[in-house]
Design a protein around this ligand. Structure first.
Ligand SMILES: Cc1cc2nc3c(=O)[nH]c(=O)nc-3n(C[C@H](O)[C@H](O)[C@H](O)COP(=O)(O)O)c2cc1C
Ligand code: SF4
Length: 564
């Protein structure tokens, strides 16, 4: 998951100060951590530092390095959360697995995947600061490919050629050779069994929360509205003609009650959360022109994906990013691309058509979008159903459902930090943890995929629907397929915990699966834009020959190998 913070502030391989800033965002450091971090940053290590969040898992007979105590900064929680256990399960024998729906091939567009298993996009923060594929990126996807999922989707990859920190990019032809190598790596490691798609993303700018003084001195654009508003609030007419400097100085010291009445909602948001662009910002030329420029940008990116050899692309229309902003019920643009849902889906369809023209009818072009935005006034499943049917009608090769992950309900960041779209309730719903309500985190989003699938099928389309969210056992996955709730099953965190899940289950060795505990240590690393690893394996066998590590050797970057 990602967010574009102002250029140069996304830190992975940055200065010590920047690294410390990034780390403070999500962790409270011990003095020892800070020292290790300083050492790492000085050595220009690709990761600032790392500490675990405290292992609660007894898995592994392997040698495990001690975990230091670090507290994660507040995330959204239920008021009286119930701690759910990881469901017990019976794993199939190899014969049962071979007869299951899960391990039957499926057509996705013009191509066939060998099974109905899917690893959804997950950003691991391993690209260079210029968005290029690194050896660590190759290792990361090679490790997933060894597990032989039916489909593996490469992380959200930026369609523009703009600085975006260590996020993969595909906005220029110079990215093609690295991506080609990635395709070859996955093909070789999976013996051609795993289909490889790449997720294409566009995102708008998000700035860090400013200091109040700085906001009023430098960022607030004084308009005709502010003076009369201040005069009214203070019952003092002198403000009607006051010079800008006096107004700024006064507001910088003014109590919240006054500021609340003088600033607009967007200005208050910029002050308290940091300025964040939205598709509604029609006063910004580059936002106004998105419908004119985005189709070609996406099409060029998709063309490069095809040239690099990917089996398909997934257009990222989910979460907090540009295209999801167009689909959102909070999109009020008055240029024909906002308001009614028919208008909100217009640009997403226009992007699709130009992409399709560019890559041809025989190429797989799918979409990821939200079954529910989980924010006030946002899209609900009825909107998702409408979009799903329109996407199927347009010719998308698959529909992958996600949920939530929005800025609108994100927690207020600290001064100097950027707002993060996975800290509120909608963020919880995107990656639910075992601290949940009575429903629990497992299969929580499946009804959304089911509703979209039903409507798509009833409209006469057979476009495969992918369900993801809290799926970790064969029984859960097979039941979804048997009950026609989805056509393909996505396992994100479970695949991160054990990339061999797919092959272990197929071989009848499911009892060897390393079960995800759904406590989101990986997500905390993601939020801090640090190399993502899993707490179940990143401290084990660190002295194994050839193991690549980060944080001064305290965290391994890949799950240990498993011999079939
Ligand atoms: C570390 C991490 C990175 C993620 N990055 C992306 C991403 O790049 N694009 C995306 O659509 N979803 C992303 N997700 C969300 C997952 O694809 C998935 O929807 C979510 O984790 C819920 O599925 P799960 O319960 O199987 O983990 C990410 C999740 C994690 C844990
Ligand atoms: S994949 Fe993430 S949530 Fe699952 S056990 Fe590993 S660190 Fe925890």
């Amino acid at each position: 998951m990602l967010v574009q913070i102002e250029v140069g502030t996304v830190v992975l391989c940055g200065t010590l100060r920047a690294a410390l800033r990034s780390l403070r965002f999500f962790f409270v450091l011990t003095a020892k951590d800070a020292k290790a971090l300083a050492k790492n940053a000085k050595a220009n290590c690709p990761s600032a530092s790392s500490r675990g969040l405290g292992s609660q898992v007894a898995w592994s007979g392997l040698k495990r390095a001690p975990r230091d105590k670090v507290r994660q900064i507040e995330m959204w929680k239920f008021k009286n959360p119930i701690r759910h256990a990881i469901p017990e399960t019976r794993w199939p024998t190899a014969a049962e697995a071979s007869l299951s729906l899960l391990y039957q091939p499926i057509r996705i567009g013009r191509l066939e995947a060998g099974s109905r298993t899917w690893v959804p996009a997950m950003v691991p923060w391993r690209a260079t600061a210029d968005g290029l594929v690194t050896p660590e990126v190759l290792d990361w996807y090679r490790r997933f490919a060894k597990g032989r999922p039916g489909v593996l989707v490469v992380e959200a990859t930026g369609v523009r050629d703009i600085p975006s920190g260590p996020l993969l990019r595909i906005g220029h032809d110079r990215f093609i050779p690295g991506l080609k190598e990635l395709v070859e790596t996955v093909r070789e490691a999976s013996d051609g069994e795993t289909r490889l798609f790449i997720q294409l993303i566009d995102f708008l700018t998000v700035k860090r929360r400013p200091e109040k003084q700085k906001y009023f001195e430098r960022f607030l654009e004084i308009s005709g509205r502010h003076r009369p508003a201040l005069a009214e609030v203070t019952s003092d007419l002198q403000w009607v003609d006051a010079p800008d400097e006096r107004l700024r100085a006064f507001l910088a010291q003014a109590p919240d009650e006054v500021v609340d009445q003088v600033l607009s909602e967007r200005e208050l948001e910029a002050l308290r959360f940091g300025f964040r662009e939205s598709v509604n910002d029609m006063h910004l030329a580059h936002v106004r022109e998105l419908p004119q420029v985005l189709p070609q940008i996406f099409a060029d990116a998709a063309g490069r994906a095809r040239d690099a050899g990917f089996d398909g692309v997934e257009l990222h229309y989910a979460h907090a990013y540009t295209m999801a902003g167009f689909l959102s019920a909070l999109n009020h643009r008055a240029d024909g691309y906002g308001g009614a849902k028919e208008n909100r889906v217009r640009l997403p369809l226009e992007v699709y058509r130009i992409v399709r023209e560019r890559v041809g009818d025989d190429y797989t072009v799918g979409v990821r979008f939200l079954g529910d935005e989980v924010i006030d006034g946002g899209n609900r499943v009825e909107d998702a159903i409408y979009f799903g049917v329109e996407f199927a009608r347009a010719g998308f090769s698959f529909l992958s459902l996600s949920k939530g992950g929005k800025f609108e309900d994100a927690h207020q960041p600290k001064v100097g930090q950027a707002v993060y779209p996975y800290t509120g309730r909608s963020g919880y719903e995107c990656m639910p943890t075992v601290l949940s309500d009575a429903t629990g985190p497992f299969l929580r989003s499946v009804p959304l995929a089911e509703a979209v699938k039903r409507a798509v099928n009833e409209s006469g389309f057979t476009t495969p629907v992918v369900a993801t969210g809290g799926i970790s056992t064969f029984e859960q996955a097979e039941s979804i397929l048997q009950h026609n709730q989805a056509d393909i099953v996505g396992l994100a965190r479970q695949a991160l915990a054990d990339p061999d899940w797919f092959i272990k289950v197929r071989l009848g060795r499911g009892d060897e699966v390393r079960r995800c505990t759904y406590t989101n240590y990986c997500e905390a690393l993601d939020q801090a834009h640090r190399p993502v690893t899993c707490k179940l394996w990143d401290r084990v066998e660190l002295d194994e020959p050839g193991v690549s590590t980060v944080d001064g050797g305290r965290r391994r970057l890949l799950a240990p190998d498993w011999e079939a």
